[in-house]
Design a protein around this ligand. Structure first.
Ligand SMILES: NC(=O)c1ccc[n+]([C@@H]2O[C@H](COP(=O)([O-])OP(=O)(O)OC[C@H]3O[C@@H](n4cnc5c(N)ncnc54)[C@H](O)[C@@H]3O)[C@@H](O)[C@H]2O)c1
Ligand SMILES: C[N+](C)(C)CCCC=O
Length: 526
């Protein structure tokens, strides 16, 4: 096992550009990384304050750049020894970190946020290589990560308990204490943002973390680990272990882990919950969705179309909260379809590193084929492909092996079709029509999932009446897929347990201790 002090390769690659940028010789719109140019040769694990290279060739798997389809690196999975080292590093950092005051923790977190702000462009570019999404969206993700760390740094010094006066001068008080070593397990659709959304509340509350990114997107979590370390966090506070299912299992079963916060699919979420139950560990589950978006005839059509596009096509449609069941009231269906199809056809697909691109590449070839398979199935079941749904090959030769498809709108959909029932996790919008409010609500709720839902209407009473009846954890009125970090985010039903973001998440990363203080004599019955 070899330990590295610095991200040598990448730093070299970026140093010149940064110097030019800071000397204002290069505008920020000039990329230091273009698709097909970045080689990941630096180690992607991080614990005890350093990048760590592991040797486990039997587990080596290629990682692909979605934009080009070329191999980015080979990933070796952490096994029992490495997972234990990372957890022990986190355990040791926890002893220091949880004794620091909230103000002291906040200072380090604010510094981490400042570093992220300064490195916004570099991180976003690397995220594009990692994930395939457009640079515009990657910048938004980096901003969301920074804002989340800023937000929780502000809450770090507000953690407090309650004083309760009891009889005879006795009293009790409560303390909000951290849990200990928390594990974060992430999905591939928002790699950097998920790592921040999990670590920010965990660290603010005094916990330490071991984070495992998806093996499909292993590159950017380690940047966050370096940033926390550079900001002054104790060695081992935020650690990264790479690997898939087996590494995740080792983390969930590790006896020194107090909590697992998971983002991913429902089947994996169930396994995580089962594993955590063995150790009676705290668990947060952010799982999948098949969310409804209800568009009433009195909606502002332009906003409703914008909302439907935001609800379906961010991150190539690979968003948990996407409103992929778009219910449109019969009277405005033709107008809505005409406009939504026109706008969908105009989406610029291609090199995700370009500012003009609005839709990049899907995560992998098997996933692309799976999504195209859903479109084919929808066609067979009677849906009408109004646009898109085909493999797309950009004219730039270096992108020809990338995983692109044209965004798709399906018309004539009905509730029993596969495309309406299953989470496709790709750029496929299913449009359904409805007659009455009661009918729309009933059909919207007819799902085992309940992550999000949206309503477009200009009738304020209807908006709140409908939202009250929707069985979803995150509801949007006259907008969709906005996630300000001050606001809790999470699901009902099989879409998950617990929340991320907002004040309430403090409760998911702390435990309450009650202290009873007797000021008189013990009144014994014996
Ligand atoms: N609700 C949310 O906030 C949210 C956000 C993003 C993605 N998602 C959901 O995630 C899914 C797509 O992501 P994915 O394909 O990466 O999901 P996934 O469940 O396949 O994998 C998620 C993570 O779990 C790990 N993992 C897999 N099996 C494991 C096991 N047995 N034990 C421990 N860890 C294990 C993976 O390596 C990965 O890091 C979609 O269903 C999507 O809706 C939800
Ligand atoms: C920021 N978004 C687009 C709402 C994504 C939230 C995380 C879910 O995948």
């Amino acid at each position: 096992m070899k330990s590295y002090n610095y991200t040598k390769m990448l730093q070299k690659q970026l140093a010149v550009v940064r110097r030019l940028r800071s000397a204002a010789l290069l505008p920020t719109c000039i990329r230091s990384i273009s698709s097909g140019t970045m080689d990941v040769q630096f180690p992607l694990n991080f614990w005890s304050g350093d990048r760590v290279k592991i040797k486990n060739e039997s587990t080596s798997e290629p990682v692909y750049e979605p934009a080009t389809g070329r191999v980015l690196c080979n990933l070796e999975s952490c096994g029992t020894v490495e997972v234990d080292q990372a957890v022990q590093a986190a355990q040791s950092a926890y002893q220091t970190w949880n004794r620091m005051s909230g103000m002291e923790r906040a200072r380090i977190m604010i510094e981490a946020a400042r570093i992220i702000e300064n490195r916004r462009e570099d991180i976003a570019e690397i995220e594009v290589v990692n994930n395939g999404k457009s640079i515009t969206e990657a910048r938004m993700d980096v901003d969301s990560a920074r804002l989340c760390i800023e937000y929780y740094s502000g809450l770090a010094n507000t953690l407090a308990g309650q004083h309760v006066q009891l009889t005879g001068g006795s009293f009790a008080y409560t303390r909000r204490e951290p849990l200990g070593v928390c594990v974060g397990i992430g999905a591939w659709n928002y790699p950097f943002q998920i790592a921040a959304w999990k670590s920010a509340p965990a660290l603010a509350c005094g916990n330490s973390m071991v984070f495992k990114p998806s093996p499909l997107t292993p590159v950017t979590a380690v940047l966050l680990a370096e940033i926390y370390a550079k900001a002054g966090a104790p060695e081992g506070l935020f650690n990264v272990v790479q690997g898939g299912q087996e590494t995740g299992t080792l983390l969930c079963h590790h006896p020194d882990v107090a909590k697992v916060s998971f983002t991913g699919s429902v089947p994996t979420g169930k396994k995580i919950m089962e594993m955590c139950s063995k150790g009676v560990k705290h668990v947060t589950l952010e799982l999948g969705g098949k969310s409804p978006l209800l568009i009433f005839e009195d909606s502002d059509l332009k906003n409703a179309v914008n909302g439907a596009l935001m609800a379906n096509f961010l991150s190539q449609g690979q968003v948990c909260s996407n409103g992929t069941r778009v219910f449109v009231q019969r009277q405005i269906l033709p107008e809505f379809l005409k406009e939504v199809v026109r706008r969908t056809k105009a989406i610029e697909i291609g090199d995700p590193q370009l500012d003009s691109t609005r839709m990049g590449a899907l995560i992998s070839r098997p996933h692309l084929n799976r999504v195209l398979g859903f479109v084919e199935q929808a066609r067979k079941e009677g849906a009408k492909v109004l646009c898109g749904g085909e493999r797309f090959v950009p004219s730039d030769a270096k992108l020809s092996g990338g995983y692109y498809m044209t965004p798709c709108v399906l018309g004539d959909c009905s509730d029993e079709m596969t495309c309406v029932k299953e989470e496709i996790f790709g750029p496929v919008m299913s449009v359904l029509s409805f007659e009455t409010e009661e009918e729309a609500v009933r059909r919207a709720n007819a799902s085992a999932l309940g992550l999000a839902a949206g309503v477009f209407t200009s009738d304020v009473k209807r908006a709140h009446r409908v939202v009250e009846q929707l069985k979803a954890g995150s509801c949007f009125v006259n907008n969709y897929n906005i996630t300000p970090v001050e606001v809790p985010f999470g699901g009902f039903k099989m879409s998950g347990i617990g929340r991320e973001n907002g004040q309430v998440t403090i409760e998911h990363y702390t435990q309450m201790k009650t202290v009873f203080v007797e000021m008189g004599d013990v009144d014994s019955l014996f």
